[in-house]
Design a protein around this ligand. Sequence first.
Ligand code: UDX
Length: 450
Amino acid sequence: MEERKGRRLLLFPLPLQGHINPMLELANILHLKGFSITIIHTHFNSLNPSTYPHFTFHSIPDGLSESEAATKDLVLLLSLLNAKCIEPFRECLVRLLSDASEEPVACLISDVIHFFTESVADSLKIPRIVLRTGGASSFAVFAAFSLLREKGYLPLQESRLEEPVIEFPPIKVKDLPLINRCITEEYSKLVSGLSNGAKASCGVIFNTFEDLEEHALARINQELPNIPVFPIGPFHKFYPTSSSSDLFSIDHSCISWLDTQAPKSVVYVSFGSIAAMKEAEFSEIAWGLANSNQPFLWVVRPGLVQASEPFPSGFLETLNGRGHIVKWAPQKEVLAHPAIGAFWTHNGWNSTLESVCEGVPMICMPCFTDQMVNARFASDGWKVGLQLENGMERGEIERTIRKLVVEKEGEEIRERALKLKEKANLCFKQGGSSYQSLDGLVKHILSLES
Ligand code: UDX
């Protein structure tokens, strides 16, 4: 732990699992760098302060009704949070800034998707840094939406899906970060909020590292010439901690089950905290896994599939201990386990980065938004995965698993994944790119005047 800096940072995560985790990991890093940490969080998906006794927590009402909080429409949820949190957030900041018993506040660090924080921070004259929890490559694509419209890539045309987006190799038109390949007015507003929010900030932090997303970071530096950009990932590798910010209860039984499996044999299957699928797709996954003859650990989160009995009839009886199913796994621990041979993922950014850090090759099956970009980079950019290009079909699933985990054809992919792991594990050591960038961030924060 470095000497205390006598400065407090206010951190405001977006209340979704894939955003809470990196914000709290960042909080841990900055705490170890000597800052005091205050976390502001919404009642919706509220956090448990007892797991982080070294931070101060403040909860604000978000104004969501019961039905709004239960919505499955992600764009609607994000738009509502941006509209309804303004006043409670302002009131909370006013209280925190006027509290003379606490150390002076150096800055606010807000999730970039909470773009309403810009006007609140400006009006209270508090510097605002934003955290982009997703990758730099997808951010660069989001920031170029007007260009993509001008060039005719957007709105998406069915006849052009397989064409490359030449400005963003290796992205294809079908990988552009949308939901159901549509671009609604609300979605456009969120995308411009994200990129304008970064442009109006005092700095942008990325959970990534130079060697992984060099081109995207160079492009972002060009697009935001006056805004310092800090790629300081992978956060969870900097200071591994046992503190948990999980919104689901973790089933640790899978670790002792993994202990009984052969090295690099198990397919870990998880589609993050939001993705949902139809019963028919779920059934193809189940039979693809069963027919692959590889052991598998499958996270079937409540809400992943809407069905009272999701497993197809006869599936569970075929397993004979070869498959282990849990509702929520300790994912980082799982990916670091020697029994894991592949990660079948939806390519949320955290999952993608966690897989890269452990050298686990990926079966890529993106569902929406940034996941499409992350998946294309994993399969065609870094070449550490195979993408299920034709949806979910048990035969293709079975072939892809066997190719990636056991067959000669997958050997180069497995080797590249291990090489990328080495790079991921160097960048946060002394002298590495993320290590240096973090030093830059600390100096930058100390130079900010509120
Ligand atoms: C969301 C978006 O879907 C994603 O596109 C965006 O990049 C981040 O926000 P999510 O879908 O939850 O996130 O995926 P991901 O980014 O992979 O984050 C999931 C987190 O939950 C990871 O840190 C993962 O380690 C953790 N997790 C997941 C568990 O701890 N246990 C599990 O069983 C599954």
